[in-house]
Write a protein that binds this ligand. Structure first.
Ligand code: HEC
Length: 171
């Protein structure tokens, strides 16, 4: 037995298809999914902004050297990664504590040190401008930002070096 032909009423030109209820349900679903996507996306975008590198160069202001001592280290972001004696809030442990009065000579006499610096002062300047020159053992390389040369004025860097070369573990 051959199957009966399709119901001719479906093909009738005047038949209202699809039904309005179907259309409205579809529109409703599309709207819901858009709202859902936005609802889902917005917190993710904000959190990635917050987690995203807070020390990208465009977020760090130019440090002129005119600002108070504490600001030299907090505005430049050093405090996020380093413990710095005398600087409130400088308690980062990403990099070594900046007690170059104690550690500076050890770096210069380290057999693996091949930089240009002859004094602790020069070593600090070099460490800030060219961090890859010497990577302190036990700390990650490519982590200390390499763009400070364009963010610290010569006077700011000079003040930073003068301050850090005096800091010792005893503080
Ligand atoms: C994102 C984290 C980070 C920031 C921000 C940062 N540093 Fe560092 N710094 C490191 C790490 C990690 C090291 C160790 C690895 C190396 O030697 O490159 C380091 C090493 C150093 C050293 C060598 C220390 C030693 O004991 O020999 C000095 C000096 C230094 N940083 C100064 C600064 C100053 C000044 C600033 C701000 C202008 C700063 N750092 C900002 C992560 C950072």
């Amino acid at each position: 037995m051959s199957s009966s032909p399709a119901d001719p009423s479906i093909l009738k030109p005047g038949s209202r298809s699809p039904k309005p209820v179907v259309v409205w349900t579809a529109i409703g679903l599309v709207c819901l999914s858009i709202i859902w996507t936005l609802r889902d996306l917005s917190p993710r975008m904000t959190s990635s902004e917050v987690i995203g590198d807070p020390l990208s160069p465009d977020k760090v202001p130019l440090v002129t050297g005119e600002e108070p001592f504490i600001d030299l280290f907090t505005h430049a972001g050093c405090a996020v990664c380093h413990v710095i004696p005398g600087i409130p809030g400088a308690n980062g442990h990403v990099g070594p504590p900046l007690i170059l009065g104690t550690t500076g000579t050890q770096r210069l006499t380290d057999p693996t040190y091949h930089g240009e610096a002859k004094t602790v002062h020069e070593y600090i300047v070099e460490s800030v401008l060219d961090p890859q020159q010497f990577v302190v053992q036990g700390y990650p390389e490519h982590t200390m930002p390499t763009w400070y040369g364009s963010k610290l004025s010569a006077s700011a860097l000079e003040k930073i070096a003068v301050y850090l070369e005096r800091q010792t573990a005893e503080h």
